[in-house]
Design a binder for this molecule. Structure first.
Ligand SMILES: C[S@@+](CC[C@H](N)C(=O)[O-])C[C@H]1O[C@@H](n2cnc3c(N)ncnc32)[C@H](O)[C@@H]1O
Length: 261
């Protein structure tokens, strides 16, 4: 048994997480989100700043980045990493709960999260908070995965694979995922539900971009060298790692970008 007592997410932080996104995809995202016009961006459940840090290079000089996480060690880690990697950028990192953000109403242009909602028992409450702190006409951006897909996809499938085994693996995957959800540990397929949650929360102009692509263990050796492969497959795609139940498979995730009415 592992004696690692770090929170689950921390086990998946590290340099490789900076490579979840290829530069060409970040460029595309920056254009879609008009990041150059954003003056205040809040990264909720920021961890040690991988997602916010990926966006930072696309923000206009002087844009304020605010990272919020409930884990003080992550907040300190994000602060330290950001100071080292983007010393010319304006950023502050706060300890806080996604369900009660330490930000004023309408105080940011864009509120975003990456693989936060899948960990929450009540993701709709975090979405409501992101909406509250976003100014009217601003954007709420959730980048969330469907990790159930990772468990289900069996890339080594052959015609000889017994049907019973496939059914058993499928049942195990569903039981694991549903067990976690029923225990309030989050919903691993939440990425598929985000657009509906956004609509229920009253957001307008909801856009969804679905990406599949190289999985997390296909780490590019150089960021730009990944450009060609990502263009071939159409995307660069991260997902939140889960214990593998089979060989690696491409992740699937969704991103919904609404603007407030
Ligand atoms: C999977 S990590 C994602 C971190 C970061 N967004 C990234 O992609 O690198 C989830 C993060 O959400 C944070 N978190 C979980 N529940 C939270 C809550 N209720 N309020 C604030 N942060 C939370 C965890 O501490 C963790 O840093």
């Amino acid at each position: 048994m592992s004696d690692d007592t770090r929170p689950h997410s921390s086990a998946y932080f590290g340099e490789e997480r900076d490579y979840w996104w290829n530069d060409d995809y970040l460029d595309l995202l920056a254009r879609r989100l008009r990041l150059d016009q954003v003056r205040t961006l809040a990264d909720i459940g920021c961890g040690i700043g991988h997602w916010g840090g990926s966006l930072a290079g696309h923000l206009a000089p002087g844009t304020q980045l605010i990272g919020i996480d409930r884990d003080p060690a992550n907040v300190a880690g994000a602060r330290e990493r950001f100071a080292r990697r983007a010393p010319d950028r304006s950023a502050r990192f706060l300890e806080g709960d996604a369900l009660a953000l330490p930000l004023a109403d309408g105080s940011v242009d864009l509120a975003t999260c990456q693989t936060l909602l899948i960990h929450l028992a009540e993701p709709q409450k975090a979405i409501a908070e992101m909406i509250r702190v976003t100014r009217p006409g601003g954007q709420v951006v959730a980048v969330e995965s469907n990790n159930l897909f990772n468990r289900m996809a069996i890339s080594s499938l052959t015609p000889e694979t017994p049907l019973e085994r496939l059914l058993a693996e499928t049942e195990i995957a569903w039981r694991q995922v549903e067990g976690r959800r029923r225990r309030g540990l989050g919903c691993e397929y939440l990425g598929d539900l985000v657009p509906a949650l956004f609509a229920e929360a009253g957001l307008a102009d909801i856009r969804v971009w679905l990406a599949t692509g190289p999985c997390r263990w296909c780490r590019p050796m150089r960021r730009r060298s990944s450009r060609r492969s990502s263009m071939r497959s159409g995307v660069g795609a991260p997902t939140d790692p889960v214990p593998a139940t089979g060989p690696s498979s491409p992740p699937i995730w969704r991103q919904a970008v609404p603007t407030r009415p």
